[in-house]
Design a protein around this ligand. Structure first.
Ligand SMILES: O=P(O)(O)OC[C@@H](O)[C@@H](O)c1c[nH]c2ccccc12
Length: 275
């Protein structure tokens, strides 16, 4: 099981990046950001909202598995369009080297949107949690495959102390069993992408659904593109659906999002609640 994955390469690069960034932007400066004092929105609540789509729409320009997906879509129009289309939340890739993102993408999305925003990066250091807060994020991703339970506990608690929610990503039952820590984690995301060969299978989410303790909101990540898949995942308990490529591969990603939201509404009919 000690085969090297793309994650190892990314994390090695990330550690160097953080060392350099720390020199340029000291923690004191991060803490002086206006966003440091603002009250984050709850990703959990937005995903569980009655009648909501549960869609987490991702802004992702490229990826190690696909190369460039969309080099030209602007952050403003795309993220605002995602929200107007009925997405429940946004995920913004901030890694530059492997995903073509940047922190400014998140800050831009923040300025244009009132919704929970996940800072999607490879968090291995407390500095990155402070950075997420300083750029206006509401939630951070932690990846069980690259963090020990002790690290998850430490990073998750720090995030929570700043009001951020924590989405913990797992790939299998073993990662889930060792990492599901309710003191440090709010939501559990099952990644359908196999990190060894990049293959995608929704069976990963289907197989793990029952093993996820009920206090966590369940999120299914990657390889989702149809309303049918979402309704199947919904039926086994998932309430968040993270989609990137299915939207970003279109010249107008927000339009693809709007189409899917309509298809989901037609398929998943929850009892209407008077408001
Ligand atoms: O583009 P997709 O297959 O819809 O996947 C989105 C998202 O799940 C994927 O980008 C992702 C899941 N976990 C990550 C961790 C880091 C970077 C990216 C990811």
């Amino acid at each position: 099981m000690s085969q090297t994955t793309i994650l190892d390469t990314i994390v090695a690069h990330k550690r160097q990046e953080i060392a350099a960034r720390r020199e340029l932007v000291p923690i004191k400066l991060l803490e002086s950001s206006l966003y440091f004092k603002s009250q984050p929105l709850s990703l959990r609540k937005y995903l569980l909202r009655e009648g909501g789509s549960g869609l987490i729409a991702e802004f992702k320009r490229k990826s190690p598995s696909k190369g460039w997906i969309n080099q030209y879509a602007p952050v403003e129009r795309t993220t605002l369009g995602y929200m107007q289309a009925g997405a429940a939340a946004l995920s913004i890739l901030t890694d530059t080297e492997f995903f073509g993102g940047k922190n400014e993408d998140l800050t831009t999305a923040r300025r244009f949107n009132f919704c929970p925003i996940i800072r999607k990066d490879f968090v291995v250091d407390e500095y990155q949690i402070l950075e997420a807060k300083s750029t206006g994020a509401d939630a951070v991703l932690l990846i069980a495959a690259v963090l020990s339970p002790v690290e998850i506990d430490k990073l998750g608690r720090l995030a929570r102390s700043l009001g951020l929610e924590v989405l913990l990503e797992v790939h299998d039952a073993e990662e889930l069993a060792r990492s599901a820590n309710a003191e440090a984690v709010d939501l559990i995301g099952v990644n359908n992408r196999n990190l060894h060969d990049f293959s995608l299978s929704l069976d990963t989410s289907m197989a793990l659904a029952e093993a996820i303790p009920s206090e966590f909101v369940k999120v299914s990540e990657s390889g989702i593109s149809t309303a049918k898949a979402i309704s199947q995942l919904h039926a086994v308990g998932y309430r968040g659906f993270l989609l990137g490529e299915a939207f970003m591969r279109h010249a107008r990603p927000e339009r693809a999002c709007a189409t899917l939201v309509q298809e989901i509404a037609a398929l998943i009919k929850e009892p209407a609640v008077a408001v």
